[in-house]
Design a protein around this ligand. Structure first.
Ligand code: SF4
Ligand code: SF4
Ligand code: SF4
Ligand code: SF4
Ligand code: FES
Length: 727
């Protein structure tokens, strides 16, 4: 590889070597030189609107903007002369002439908070210290850096009403400085195009065209505009009054198997917000509404259990953890394996799932570990697992010449995949969509087919004939609309044929966050830890008996132990129901014993995303009230039932055992690789569910966490769900 030629430049009398093809602003930043800037947005081309980043360059007339001027060899740049400072102050004064500025210049500002109770406040839009952005505002910081302490221009107050009618975030355009960041991130990063500049002159503002609400204009509520806004003009409803967070913690979103990286914002030991990480190679910061806005309200829901509880004839009573573990032990002691039914959630961490399967096998001596994919997919489970376990990484879309989506819409989920599909279509890839309803990708597609799912397999057949060509990379994205439709079998078979016979790459967008972790750790009937992995050394396939995977859901059990699921209508009848979750069940069945758990923001662990990558889930704050991690609770019951069985005191101890039992689990750089799963006696034939009694209650399957639909806990998600029903 030839070495890149470095350029020699001088900034503020300091000589430095810099990369070619970058701007003066980039060169300065990379070498620790501060230049104020407002309209520039990382990952997007320069815009040159605010003029705050002006500098002096020998040989260039006037004051060029550093964000638009490329560096040249031998360039001599001055960033901090008296003229430059004065010009920046003048630019900022003009910018602030339409921005309420008492938080910046009011002489009483340092005492302001002390008088909150006694002086009459005139509302947030005057820009006093009660602006939601106070103390975390880029404009405040820049005003300080530029050294502006007063303004000579009269401040024109534009008097826009604060817009609060859409879910998730409020808009106060009196605070907008028209930097255009929100418009560009929406159009050029999210490829969505909801926003544009509206009106002219002093009445210029931002928003969807034709006075539609954001909801009506197809806003994805991804919050990217809120994240990049340098002022308090755009603010998240749930977190706007918290001020600056105490800490930030990087973690993985567990709401779906994409596995986006989130930067959780923590204040007073509470998760108050979640931001994208634009440097994350996996999702590129393209998180969806669920990761961006649906976490704080869920994890701090008023419905959360605060203590273990047991049912009494007159309701529930709070009990201690010792009492709860004793009670569970008493009920589970001495019962036969077939009298105990264990259900786990595919949204649990690998550590929880590994511990749960140990409990089922080593303590209860059973092999039955039920979960929602078995219930939902029924007889079509085997081809579904075949597709999921051999899916391609998302970045195959980057080089695809043809993309076919089936039952896929990325407005409110799977956005990193959806945006990559949009980008592929924009650069000329042939995009075809098949679905029952209009999808957010249809606008960019060359071919759009809308029909009943029963006709999709036939449509796919005719479409791929037109799309396939020698040597081309083609990708098919299978969406949740077909995963949950009775016509899925024919589509799954067609996609498997595309993959095996025509070398198409397959991506499956499904809601079972850690399904691959569940299979890898063996928290699945008939699959032991590591057996489903190529590194397990057990050959190229694992065979399980369909009859064992599909339990008799009518048969009454002595105890049902539900770990991390809320859909209690799915489970068989029983004498005693142990319910381990954070929020109440969604079905009608009432638990006999409630064991409150930590949410993923309160405990550490790992999850496996749809590409097979093992990703860290990081604890951001302490447990809510008496909640405990799932692995802790399971291992305490195990220890009580069988002395010396196993007892974990830390998540690292669980990981140590996973490492010992599952070769390469935490060290596969390219991700886990799976063998084929064969199913005997059912699960690989016929069509339609084999579990007529397995049903779900209470809302969308795609948007749930630990079995609880997000719309039942997060108010904005409810608004989105209602909009869907109106369409
Ligand atoms: S947006 Fe920033 S500068 Fe403007 S009022 Fe709010 S905190 Fe002050
Ligand atoms: S939330 Fe996302 S889609 Fe909606 S306007 Fe902002 S950037 Fe655009
Ligand atoms: S709303 Fe915020 S990001 Fe958008 S133009 Fe105004 S100040 Fe800039
Ligand atoms: S796409 Fe999935 S992983 Fe990413 S933020 Fe949304 S729900 Fe979370
Ligand atoms: S940052 Fe350079 S013009 Fe705005």
């Amino acid at each position: 590889m030839t070495k890149e030629k470095r350029l020699s430049i001088t900034i503020d009398n300091k000589k430095m070597e810099v990369r070619p093809n970058i701007t003066i602003l980039q060169a300065a930043r990379e070498n620790g030189v501060y230049i104020p800037s407002l309209c520039i947005l990382e990952h997007l081309p320069s815009y040159g609107a605010c003029r705050l980043c002006v500098v002096e360059v020998d040989g260039l007339r006037g004051f060029p903007t550093s964000c638009t001027t490329p560096v040249e060899d031998g360039m001599v740049i001055r960033t901090d002369t008296a003229e430059v400072r004065s010009l920046r102050q003048e630019v900022l004064k003009l910018l602030l002439s339409e921005h309420p500025a008492s938080c910046l210049f009011c002489t009483e500002q340092s005492e302001c908070k002390d008088y909150q109770g006694t002086i009459r406040k005139v509302g947030v839009t005057t820009g006093c210290r009660y602006c939601p952005n106070d103390t975390r505002c880029e404009l405040q910081l820049i005003t300080e850096k530029v050294g502006l302490t007063e303004t000579s221009y009269p401040v024109y107050y534009r008097g826009f009403p604060v817009e609060k009618e859409d879910p998730f975030y409020d808009r106060d355009y009196n605070l907008c400085i028209l930097c255009g960041r929100c418009v560009r991130v929406c159009n050029d990063v999210r490829l969505n195009g909801t926003l544009s500049f509206k009106q002219r002159g002093k009445q210029t503002t931002i928003g969807p065209a034709f006075d539609r609400t954001h909801l009506e204009a197809g806003c994805e509520f991804c919050g990217a505009c809120v994240t990049v806004c340098p002022t308090g003009a755009l603010s998240a409803k749930v977190s706007k009054w918290y001020g600056k967070p105490d800490t930030q913690v990087g973690t993985t979103c567990v709401y779906c198997p994409v596995g986006c990286r989130l930067i959780l914002q923590v204040k007073n030991d509470e998760t108050i917000d979640a931001l994208p990480d634009y440097d994350s190679p996996l999702d590129r910061g393209l998180i969806c509404v669920k990761g961006r806005f649906a976490i704080p309200e869920y994890v701090h829901s008023a419905k959360r259990y605060i203590s273990p509880q047991r049912a009494t004839p007159i309701g529930y009573e709070d009990i201690s953890w010792d009492q709860a573990i004793d009670e569970a032990k008493e009920r589970l002691s001495g019962i036969k394996p077939e009298d105990c039914f264990i259900m786990v959630s595919p949204q649990l961490s690998n550590e929880d799932l590994f511990t749960a399967q140990r409990f089922a096998r080593e303590v209860m001596k059973g092999e039955e570990i039920f979960s929602s994919p078995i219930a939902d997919l029924g007889a079509d489970l085997a081809p579904f697992l075949d597709l999921v376990m051999h899916a391609s990484p998302y970045d195959v879309i980057d080089t695809a010449q043809g993309v076919l989506t089936i039952g896929f819409d990325s407005t409110y989920g799977f956005t990193p995949i959806g945006i990559q599909v949009k980008a592929a279509a924009r650069r000329g890839a042939n995009l075809a969509t098949v679905g029952s309803f209009e999808s957010n990708l249809d606008m960019l597609a060359e071919t759009v087919h809308q029909a009943e799912p029963s006709r999709w397999a036939g449509m796919v057949d005719s479409l791929v004939k037109a799309m396939s060509s020698n040597g081309a990379v083609n990708v098919v994205v299978v969406g949740p609309d077909i995963v949950f439709d009775p016509a899925r079998r024919a589509v799954f078979n067609k996609v498997i044929e595309l993959r095996d016979a025509h070398k198409w790459k397959v991506i499956v967008a499904h809601p079972y966050t850690n399904l691959l972790g569940m299979l890898a750790t063996g928290a699945f009937t008939g699959i032991k830890p590591g057996e489903a992995l190529k590194s397990g050394g057990k050959g190229s396939a694992v065979t399980i008996k369909g009859a064992a995977v599909y339990p008799d859901l009518k048969k009454k059990r002595k105890v049902v132990y539900v770990i991390g699921e809320a859909q209690t209508d799915m489970i068989p009848p029983c004498d005693y129901l142990i319910y381990q979750n954070g929020l109440p069940p969604v079905g009608d069945r009432k638990p006999d014993l409630i064991l409150p758990v930590c949410m993923f923001t309160e405990t550490s662990g790992t999850t496996v995303n749809a590409e097979g990558k093992v990703l860290a889930v990081q604890k951001a704050c302490g447990p809510f009230m008496k909640s405990k991690p799932d692995w802790w609770i399971i291992s305490r019951i195990a220890e009580k039932l069988r002395k010396g069985a196993f007892k974990y005191n830390s998540v690292q101890a669980v990981q140590g055992d996973i490492k010992k039992q599952i070769k390469g689990f935490f060290s596969m750089k390219k991700g886990l690789e799976f063998v084929k799963v064969n199913m005997k006696e059912g699960g690989d034939g016929g069509s339609g569910p084999v579990l007529p009694h397995a049903k779900r209650s209470g809302g969308s399957r795609e948007e749930a966490y630990r079995g609880v639909p997000l719309a039942s806990v997060v108010s904005g998600m409810k608004a989105i769900e209602e909009r869907r029903h109106h369409e």
